[in-house]
Design a protein around this ligand. Structure first.
Ligand code: AMP
Ligand code: ZN
Length: 118
């Protein structure tokens, strides 16, 4: 049994509020949302960081980004005519605040997100 939280969510051992999935990617709502839309998109296979995944399986990273865009569309952040927009964030290491060491892309939207981020 793995002690990786997100691998356990992929395995169905820990509940996830799933909003989108494919055979290789899972998207679920963040348990502590920082915006009206706050969804995490992960590869079902364990990869620790975005850089590690880019080096080992760039096609899977493209799947993760495509799924993030699909979630944004589903959340009405990408619409014809007026596009409120959204932000993708992926933290790597302690300086960026990475707490779960299974790559996840945060999809944030539904409010003015501000720039630069904190
Ligand atoms: P990071 O700090 O970039 O590693 O982000 C980890 C994210 O995982 C945080 O935004 C947490 O709120 C979120 N999180 C932790 N546990 C769960 C869970 N059981 N279900 C959904 N999201 C979670
Ligand atoms: Zn994992």
């Amino acid at each position: 049994m793995t002690d990786c939280l997100f691998c356990r969510m992929v395995a169905g051992e820990i509940p996830a509020d799933v909003v989108h999935q494919t055979d290789r990617v899972l998207a679920f709502r963040d348990i502590s949302p920082q915006a009206p839309t706050h969804v995490l998109v992960i590869p079902k296979e364990h990869h620790a960081t975005v850089g590690a995944l880019a080096e080992t399986d760039p096609a899977l990273l493209a799947d993760v980004v495509a799924a993030a865009h699909a979630v944004a569309r589903q959340e009405k952040l990408v619409t014809d005519g007026s596009e409120p927009g959204y932000r993708l964030v992926t933290n790597t290491g302690p300086a960026a605040g990475q707490t779960v060491h299974h790559l996840h892309v945060h999809v944030l939207g539904g409010r003015d997100l501000g720039w630069p981020p904190g």
